[in-house]
Ligand binder design. Structure first.
Ligand code: HEM
Ligand SMILES: [Cu+2]
Length: 588
C-alpha cells in the first residue's frame, strides 16, 4: 500500500457526499463558508489582475516609443499608479492570503471552517467596493503619485484622486487585518486533534507567518494614510514641508508596512510551492522544519529592513549600514527554502504537469529577482540604480516571476479540488511557455536599461533606449495574450473537464481526503492523520522513489522517523499504526 492509499483508506469516512458545483448564486451572497469566500476572493482578485494588466499594457504602449504619443503625461502617471496599486492591493495580497489562504487553511488542518466565519465574509466584501472606487477615480482625476504616494507630491497632485486612493487602500488594509486575525486564531485553535505544530502542512506555517506580519505591519500603514489624508484634506502639516512637516517620516511609516507587504505577497506562495513540489516529485519535502521556521525568520527580519527603500533619502550612513546588513541577512532563510525545494525535487519522479512547471518556473524566476534584490541591498549599488528600471526589473521578477507564477501553480494544483474537474494539460503548458517567454522579454531587458540610467515613472525617454523598450513592450503583449489560454482552460474545465475524483494527484494532505468539491463543512467525519503530510515514497517501491528510510551515518538525509528535518505524523493518532509499522518494514 502506498502512503496515499493508506491515508485515503484511513479517511474513507471523511469523504462527503458528492455535492457537484452547487448553486452559482452563493458566490454573490454573504456566504460564511470559507470555500465560497476563498473562491470569491480568487475570482474577484483575478478580475482585478486583468484590469491591472490592461493598465500595464497601456503603460507599455506609451513606452514602446521614446516620445509621449499614446497618452498624456498626467494620464501616464495615473496609469502606472493605479496599475501598481491594483496589482499589489487588489490582486497579489488578497489572492494569496484571502483566496488560497481561505480555501486551503481549514481543509489542510482538518477544520470545518474558519474561526470567525462572519468576519471572514466581511473581510471579503470590503474588497469589491474599495476596488471599484479606485477604478471610478479615473472619472474625477485618478491618483498619479505612484503606489507609494509620497508627500509632498501626493499633496499637490490632484486632491480627489489622492483622497480616493487613500480611502481605498485604507479599506483594503482593514480587510487584510481582519483576515489576519481570523487566520491566526484558526491555525492556533482549530487543528484536528493530533496535528501538532510539526505536523502542520507548510502552507499553514506560511499563513501563520504571513498573518502575524500583516497584523503587526498593516496598522502602521493605516496610521500613515490617515495622517496623510489630514494633510491633504484639512491642511495639517504632518508630512507637508511647507507647513514644517517631515516627508521622510511618511517614508518610514510607509515602508514599515510596505516592505513586510512584499513578504505578505510572497510567503503564502512559498507555502503553496512547498505543497506542490513534493506531490509531483513523489518525495518527502526536504527540510520540513527548516522551511517552516524560515518563514517565521523571514517575518521577523522583514520588520527590520524597511529603510533599504530610503538609501537615497538622506538616511545617515551608519543607519544605512544597519539596513543593508539586515536586508542581506534575509537572503539566508530565503536561500534555505530555495535549497530545500531543489533538494525536494532532486532525484524525484517528476510529473511535469502545469502546476509543477509553474512551481519550477517560480523557483527560477524568483531566484533571479532574489539575486537582483541582494544587489540593490548594497548601498553603493542602490545609489546608482535607485529610481531606474533596474528596480522595476527587480520588483517584477519577485512579484510576477515569484508571486504570480506561484499563484498560477496554485490554480493548476487546486482548481480540480475547487470545481471537481480537471484542467486541460496542453492548454496549461501553452499558458506556461507563453508566460515564461513574455515575462522574460518584458522584464529582463529592464536590468540593462536601468544600469544604463533609464529613469522609472517617466512617459518619455532618451531615444538610445528605444530598441530594448520595444522588446519589453512586445514581451508585455505576449504576456497579455498568455492569459487567454488560462481563461479558456478554466471555462472549458468548468463544463467539459474530466471529473477530478477526490485525490487526483495522490496527495497526502487533508484537503485530498474529502470530495471534490468538498461538502459544506468539509468532512463527513473528522479526518485522521494516518501519515505525515509529506511521507511520499515510503510505500510500494515499484511506483515510488527510493529515499533511504534510515541512514545511520546521516539521519537528516533520510526520510525515516529519525530524520530531524522531516514532518512526522503522530503515531498516536495514526488510524492504522500497524500499517505504519508495515510500511517501514517495507523499506528496510
Ligand atoms: C502584465 C504584466 C506587467 C507589465 C507589462 C508591467 C509593467 C510595468 C511597468 C512598465 C512599470 C513601470 C512604470 C514606470 O515606472 O514608469 C511597472 C511598475 C510597477 N509594477 Fe508592473 N507590470 C506588470 C505586472 C505587475 C505585477 C503582477 C505586479 C505585482 C505586484 C506589478 C507591480 C508593479 C509595481 C509595484 C510597480 C511600481 C509602480 C510605481 O513605481 O509606482 N506589476 N509595471
Ligand atoms: Cu523592501
Amino acid at each position: 500500500m502506498t502512503q496515499a492509499q493508506l491515508q485515503e483508506t484511513a479517511n474513507i469516512a471523511a469523504h462527503g457526499p458528492d455535492v457537484g458545483g452547487g448553486d452559482w448564486r452563493k458566490y454573490f451572497s454573504f456566504s460564511t463558508d470559507h470555500k465560497v469566500i476563498g473562491i470569491q476572493y480568487l475570482v474577484t482578485t483575478f478580475i482585478f489582475y486583468l484590469i491591472g494588466g490592461v493598465l500595464a499594457t497601456a503603460v507599455r504602449t506609451e513606452l514602446a516609443t521614446p516620445e509621449v504619443d499614446f497618452v498624456s503625461r498626467e494620464l501616464y502617471n495615473s496609469l502606472f499608479t493605479v496599475h501598481a496599486t491594483v496589482m499589489i492591493f487588489l490582486w497579489i495580497v488578497p489572492a494569496g492570503t484571502g483566496g488560497f489562504g481561505n480555501y486551503l487553511v481549514p481543509l489542510l488542518i482538518g477544520a470545518r471552517d474558519m474561526a470567525f466565519p462572519k468576519l471572514n465574509a466581511l473581510a471579503f466584501w470590503i474588497i469589491p467596493p474599495a476596488g471599484i472606487m479606485l477604478m471610478l477615480s479615473f472619472f474625477v482625476g485618478a491618483p498619479g503619485s505612484g503606489w507609494t504616494s509620497y508627500p509632498p507630491l501626493s499633496l499637490v497632485n490632484g486632491k480627489a484622486g489622492e483622497a480616493i486612493w487613500i480611502l481605498s487602500v485604507l479599506l483594503l488594509g482593514t480587510s487584510s487585518i481582519l483576515a489576519a486575525v481570523n487566520f491566526l486564531v484558526t491555525i492556533w485553535k482549530m487543528r484536528v486533534p493530533g496535528m501538532g505544530w510539526n505536523q502542520m502542512p507548510l502552507f499553514v506555517w506560511a499563513m501563520l507567518a504571513t498573518s502575524a506580519l500583516a497584523l503587526i505591519a498593516t496598522p502602521v500603514l493605516a496610521g500613515a494614510l490617515i495622517l496623510l489624508s489630514f494633510d491633504l484634506i484639512i491642511g495639517t502639516s504632518f508630512f507637508n514641508p511647507t507647513g514644517g512637516g517631515d516627508p521622510i517620516v511618511y517614508q518610514h511609516l510607509f515602508w514599515f508596512y510596505s516592505h513586510p507587504a512584499v513578504y505578505i505577497m510572497i510567503l503564502p506562495v512559498f507555502g503553496m510551492i512547498s505543497e506542490i513540489l513534493p506531490v509531483h516529485a513523489r518525495k518527502p519535502i526536504f527540510g520540513y522544519k527548516a522551511i517552516a521556521y524560515s518563514s517565521l525568520a523571514i517575518s521577523f527580519l522583514g520588520l527590520i529592513v524597511w529603510a533599504h527603500h530610503m538609501f537615497t533619502s538622506g538616511t545617515p550612513p551608519w543607519l544605512r549600514m544597519f539596513f543593508m546588513i539586515t536586508t542581506m541577512v534575509i537572503a539566508v532563510p530565503t536561500g534555505i527554502k530555495v535549497f530545500s525545494w531543489l533538494a525536494t525535487i532532486w532525484g524525484g519522479k517528476l510529473r511535469l504537469n502545469s502546476a509543477m512547471l509553474f512551481a519550477m518556473g517560480f523557483i527560477s524566476m524568483f531566484v533571479i529577482g532574489g539575486i537582483s534584490g541582494v544587489m540593490v541591498a548594497a548601498v553603493p549599488f542602490d545609489i546608482h540604480v535607485h529610481d531606474t528600471y533596474f528596480v522595476v526589473a527587480h520588483l517584477h521578477y519577485v512579484l510576477f516571476g515569484g508571486s504570480v507564477f506561484g499563484l498560477y501553480a496554485g490554480f493548476y494544483q487546486w482548481i480540480p479540488k475547487m470545481t471537481g474537474r480537471m484542467l486541460n494539460e496542453p492548454l496549461g503548458k501553452i499558458h506556461f511557455v507563453m508566460t515564461l517567454i513574455g515575462f522574460n522579454m518584458a522584464f529582463l531587458p529592464m536590468h540593462k536599461l536601468g544600469l544604463e540610467g533609464m529613469n522609472r515613472r517617466i512617459a518619455e525617454y532618451d531615444p538610445k533606449f528605444a530598441t530594448l523598450n520595444l522588446v519589453c513592450s512586445i514581451g508585455a503583449y505576449i504576456l497579455a495574450i498568455s492569459t487567454f489560454p488560462f481563461i479558456i482552460n478554466v471555462c472549458w474545465s468548468l463544463f467539459r473537464g474530466p471529473k477530478a475524483g477526490n485525490n487526483p494527484w495522490g496527495g497526502l494532505t487533508l484537503e485530498w481526503m474529502t470530495s471534490s468539491p468538498p461538502p459544506v463543512e468539509n468532512f463527513e467525519a473528522d479526518p485522521v492523520l494516518a501519515t505525515g503530510p509529506y511521507d511520499y515514497g515510503m510505500g510500494d517501491r515499484s511506483t515510488q522513489v527510493d529515499v533511504p528510510f534510515s541512514e545511520p551515518s546521516d539521519p537528516d538525509l533520510s526520510a525515516g522517523p529519525s530524520s530531524s528535518l522531516r514532518a512526522k505524523a503522530d503515531p498516536a493518532v495514526a488510524a492504522h499504526p500497524d500499517d505504519r509499522e508495515g510500511e517501514s518494514a517495507n523499506r528496510e
